[in-house]
Design a protein around this ligand. Structure first.
Ligand SMILES: CC(C)(COP(=O)(O)OP(=O)(O)OC[C@H]1O[C@@H](n2cnc3c(N)ncnc32)[C@H](O)[C@@H]1OP(=O)(O)O)[C@@H](O)C(=O)NCCC(=O)NCCS
Length: 190
């Protein structure tokens, strides 16, 4: 991808993935502020201030050249009416790393309709093709069957339980990790 270029919106059958913008605050709070959405996550609460900080950071990130960027956040909106249904993104494992963590949440009234898998499949392609990442992974609490199923549906392979000594995410100890390398992904496409 050209340094500094904003990614074009990604189009899927029902959703469009676009960058977040300030006016998304209220819609994003429907996801961030929902205790059920946070049930299996490593954070017990996302405050309105944290949602605002996320939007400011997303705006800031969008101005950076791809090589300097740590995170890509996408608003997964319904094509028909621009309603925000999925919050999804990629975060590099470390600055400059060629592997990234895939994360996603769906607005609760839209659960079980395939939106997270649809968005995650598109972000996977974006990560490998546009960003040239070598490996993508995702993690979830072992009881989070819906998230595990999303990983399965997009072809991630079970890898490990996150080790307790993983200091960057100590609260994720025992989470299940699934991953896919670009080579594995490309081999499937052949
Ligand atoms: C995980 C999450 C993003 C899934 O979103 P979604 O849009 O409902 O996902 P999809 O519809 O694409 O797929 C969900 C799958 O899980 C299945 N599922 C849901 N609850 C399940 C359960 N308790 N046990 C087993 N499977 C379950 C659904 O049937 C569906 O599979 P299917 O298409 O084979 O029927 C959503 O539940 C969510 O936002 N959870 C809270 C945030 C979160 O946990 N994010 C992941 C962080 S690791």
């Amino acid at each position: 991808m050209t340094a500094g270029a904003a990614p074009a919106p990604l189009l899927m059958p029902r959703l469009r993935l676009r960058p977040f913008a300030g006016p998304d605050f209220a819609a994003l709070r429907r996801i961030d502020g929902d205790p059920e959405v946070l049930r299996y996550r490593s954070r017990p609460e996302i405050t309105p201030a944290a949602t605002l900080a996320f939007l400011v950071q997303a705006d800031h990130d969008a101005l950076k050249p791809a090589a300097d960027r740590r995170q890509w956040a996408f608003a997964g909106v319904r094509q028909a009416d621009d309603a925000l249904l999925v919050q999804i993104g990629l975060t590099r494992a470390r600055d400059g790393a060629d592997e990234a963590f895939l994360w996603y949440s769906t607005r609760r009234d839209a659960w079980g309709k395939g939106y997270a898998a649809e968005a995650a499949a598109a972000v996977l392609v974006f990560g490998f093709e546009a960003l040239g990442l070598r490996r993508l992974f995702a993690e979830c609490h072992p009881d989070n069957r819906a998230s595990l199923r999303v990983m399965q549906k997009i072809g991630l392979l079970p890898e490990a339980h996150t080790p307790a000594e993983d200091a960057r995410w100590p609260e994720r100890a025992g989470f299940l990790r699934c991953a896919l390398s670009r080579d594995q992904w490309a081999a499937r496409a052949r």
